[in-house]
Write a protein that binds this ligand. Structure first.
Ligand code: CP
Ligand code: NVA
Length: 309
């Protein structure tokens, strides 16, 4: 069975640790690893726009000795006129791995269903697991590890980042709290899966309403946009219900002076995060963004190695 990375819980706790260890090694000796030498090609498909994901995969694949093939799917037949499963069966003849940013998770699973090269989730409506590898690497660097650390994610608790914090945080043995307004709670199936993982790793998960209760005493405060890609014209008022969840100096003070702040970016300054927090001494957001590169290089190398066994 080909190993893919479609959700955060596609890696066991030990495997997640292996990928993060490798990411740290690759970061320390950036151009020493060449598992894609040849060059072997990796296709990176975008149904949605991107800055960080696109450039970090493109640079990372090149740094691994490979050839990135970046595809804006609107310019192709990909998933239109032929099924994604059939498209995958064609593309796997050309490349060593595929990376896909899309809307519904079913599009990603359809692509992965028939292919024998690893497929990586570069963000779906449901999850953003590559981002979480970067976040966990950042937490390791700043706090010395992930096990037993407390993380609060405040804002849109129904979105891809909330789901990935629950799953990946639990896998890393963290205590994960998510808090958002009514109508923006995480999917119950994700919460129960994260709780199941946490029971195994020694972590925990909590879904709360009060942002101050969520951040009280945590090591990490995380947030994300209040309007994810694809939601721009859905007619829902987000500013009013989300305003109490803004990560500003008052909310951060409730976490304490040692807490670090994460945001996957792009940030909407003045909405989910204020300038003083984003640019303040507790902010780790630009290191976090850099770590996309190292974490994804490690993930690619790890998946190629396990699938070669
Ligand atoms: N954080 C993140 O995935 O950013 P992009 O949308 O710019 O890729
Ligand atoms: N939740 C955001 C993350 C962007 C990186 C979105 O899906 O647009």
């Amino acid at each position: 069975m080909t190993r893919h990375f479609l959700r955060d819980d596609d890696l066991t706790p030990d495997e997640q640790g292996e990928v993060l260890d490798l990411a740290a090694q690759m970061k320390a000796d950036r151009f020493a690893y060449q598992p894609l030498a040849g060059p072997r090609s990796v296709a990176v498909f975008f149904d949605k726009v991107s800055l960080r994901t696109r450039l970090s995969f493109e640079a990372g694949i090149a740094e691994l000795g490979g050839q990135p093939i970046i595809v804006d799917t609107q310019a192709t037949h990909f998933g239109r006129g032929e099924s994604l499963a059939d498209a995958g069966r064609v593309v796997e003849r050309y490349v060593s791995a595929m990376v896909f940013r899309t809307t519904g998770d079913e599009r990603l699973t359809e692509l992965a269903s028939g292919v024998d090269v690893p497929v990586i989730n570069a963000l779906t409506d449901g999850y953003h697991p590559c981002q979480l590898l970067a976040d966990l690497l950042t937490i390791r660097e700043k706090l010395g590890g992930t096990y037993d650390k407390k993380l609060a994610y405040v804002g849109d608790a129904a979105n891809n980042m909330a789901h990935s914090y629950l799953l990946a945080g639990a896998t890393a043995g963290m205590h994960v709290r998510v808090a958002g307004p009514p109508g923006f709670d995480p999917a119950p199936a994700v919460v129960s899966r994260a709780a199941e993982i946490a029971a195994w790793t020694g972590g925990s998960v909590e879904v709360l309403r009060d942002p101050y209760e969520a951040v009280d005493g945590v090591d990490v405060v995380a947030t994300d946009t209040w309007t994810s890609m694809g939601q721009e014209n859905d007619g829902r008022d987000r500013l009013t219900p989300f305003r109490p969840y803004q990560v500003n100096k008052d909310l951060l003070a409730a976490a304490g002076p040692e807490a670090i702040v994460l945001h996957c970016l792009p940030a909407h300054r003045g909405e989910e995060i204020t300038d003083d927090v984003m640019d303040g001494v507790q902010s780790a957001v630009f290191d976090q963004a850099e770590n996309r590169l190292h974490a994804q290089k490690a993930l690619l190398a790890w998946l190629l190695a396990v699938n070669a066994q």
